[in-house]
Ligand binder design. Structure first.
Ligand SMILES: [Zn+2]
Ligand SMILES: [Zn+2]
Length: 213
């Protein structure tokens, strides 16, 4: 039913829907004061809820039937708005003029935003800018070996420090020359290939999980 006909029915709470059942998608039009249209792959039209609305014609509160998915949409409102707002603050800007660039970058923005929400939920305390900056720095340092930051000798929070604690692909291997262990500072014949730092086997775990000195 198109919106005009639905509106013509003039009974608030009337709704119509169309399903693509093999893909589990439903589109619902619901006549509140105006027509509300919603698509969902999560919830259907049933069960129906009863909500209170003020009727101007009858000058009193009336009860209106409301499809299930519109009900949960209303009660969970705010998530999408917050996401949109956060993304708009630090949106990826691409100079290319290809029409699909924004589609790709928006997906990345959304992933980052969701990850940041999880980060905060788990007790993290980065603001969004710092969170995004960390991702960028880590990706740069992890994917380009020759890319090094000249920031003096591993000040705290330098990218090297981040790599050291990322618990990813650190491998201990024998080395020809003896160097100082990055953890206990005694001479060692093994090193971490990823960190490119001398480290004893016995210090390997501590070196990658805690800081000393
Ligand atoms: Zn050591
Ligand atoms: Zn390492």
């Amino acid at each position: 039913m198109n919106s005009k006909n639905l509106k013509k029915e003039e009974i608030r709470g009337t709704f119509d829907y169309q399903k693509i059942s093999n893909q589990n998608i439903i589109a619902v039009k619901w006549n509140d004061n105006s027509i509300v249209t919603i698509c969902s792959n999560y919830a259907g039209a049933e069960p129906l809820h009863v909500v209170k609305r003020y009727s101007r014609r009858e000058k009193k509160n009336i009860q209106v039937m409301q499809p299930h998915l519109i009900n949960i949409c209303n009660s969970n409102m705010g998530g999408v708005d917050r996401s949109d707002q956060n993304i708009s603050l630090y949106r990826i800007s691409l100079r290319g003029k290809k029409w699909y660039f924004p589609l790709i970058s928006h997906c990345i923005d959304m992933c980052v935003q969701n990850a940041w929400q999880l980060h905060k939920k788990e007790g993290g305390n980065f603001d969004q800018l710092n969170f995004r900056r960390r991702i960028a720095i880590l990706l740069l340092t992890q994917n380009k070996k020759e890319y090094t930051f000249q920031q003096g000798h591993s000040s705290k929070n330098s990218p090297q420090m981040e790599l050291r604690y990322d618990r990813l692909d650190h491998i201990v291997s024998p080395q020809d020359k003896q160097t100082r262990c990055g953890y206990c500072h005694q001479k060692t014949t093994t090193r971490c290939l990823k960190c490119d730092v001398g480290v004893h086997v016995k210090c390997f775990y501590d070196f990658h999980t805690q800081s000393r000195s």
